[in-house]
Design a protein around this ligand. Sequence first.
Ligand code: GLV
Length: 387
Amino acid sequence: MPVITTIDDLKRLHKRRTPKMFYDYCESGSWTEQTFRDNESDFDKIRLRQRIAVDMTNRTTASKLIGQDVTMPLALAPVGLTGMQRADGEIKAARAAEKFGVPFTLSTMSICSIEDVAEHTEKPFWFQLYVMRDEEYVDNIIERAKRAGCSALVLTLDLQILGQRHKDLKNGLTAPPKMTPPVIADLATKWRWGIEMLQTKRRSFGNIVGHAKGVDNMNSLSSWTAEQFDPRLDWNTVRKLKEKWGGKLILKGILDVDDAKMAAEVGADAIIVSNHGGRQLDGALSSIRMLPSIVQAVGDKVEIHLDSGIRSGQDMLKALAMGAKGVMIGRAYIHGLGAMGEAGVTKALEVIHRELDITMALCGRRDVNTFDRDMLLVPEDFEGRWA
Ligand code: GLV
């Protein structure tokens, strides 16, 4: 059993144990991947203030996200094709999250369906929605999420057209994979993945196949998004969906102050400052850089979460200290899942929790809910002057 001390350890195992096309799907950004890289490297520019002689006993990371109790203010982000990283991946990740006490978000583009995940978990999870052209399908999936008891709808607003990720095109990404000679050669070294996959029935897009009209053999994410995602999505649609859902609404993909103001005006319960992990508009600024101005503009009106770039508890602490109420992790838990299944997701959460807890103690804080900018050393030009 390897000793896992960082998310990077899980990432190395993920790469070794998972078919290349799915590892690459996770570990890529669009075009030049500049934004993908900046999301991580911008966190490194922020340093921490070491404080001493402060009582460190009775520390707590417990908090609330959209009014729900959490062990630490972090949620698992929606990630497409999670059930291809490991058989029944969404169920495994959801179970790890509920045991740990943080929310799991199921993607529309998941392999396990809403019903599959609900059947195998006890606590409510969040459901992420992509808006499709087929209104009946959208109404239906909202009803399915309600029936499954989902406790929030996470509406993604930054992916009506799929950003181009070169690796996916070169690898011929599909779910399940097509058995071409390079795929067969790759799978020969990933036999455990293959055996587990043969033992599950869940190998295509479970929320779509059998639910969307005329779709019974859909395996390509790029062709499905091009044909089905609704490029007309606007704030009016957001308002209508809010009505239809009627529960907690989280808007994901906000990276601009004006959009954050619109999201607050629409009455979202929370917004997620995100550039989709650098997978959509390459050249956009990192989420952590955009966070301060968004907090300043709407921090008193709507709960703000940050996604994109979190790979450690220290990153998490920095985002919270900069004004986020919570964070989302995507790749960090997918590395755990690909490395070790459910136990790997738990390990990812433990690693991040431990880093958060020890770091806050060494910064002289005992309660995650008291974090502020005073804990950080931020370069004066961190946000940059952009005209
Ligand atoms: C979304 O599903 C993505 O691939 O980023």
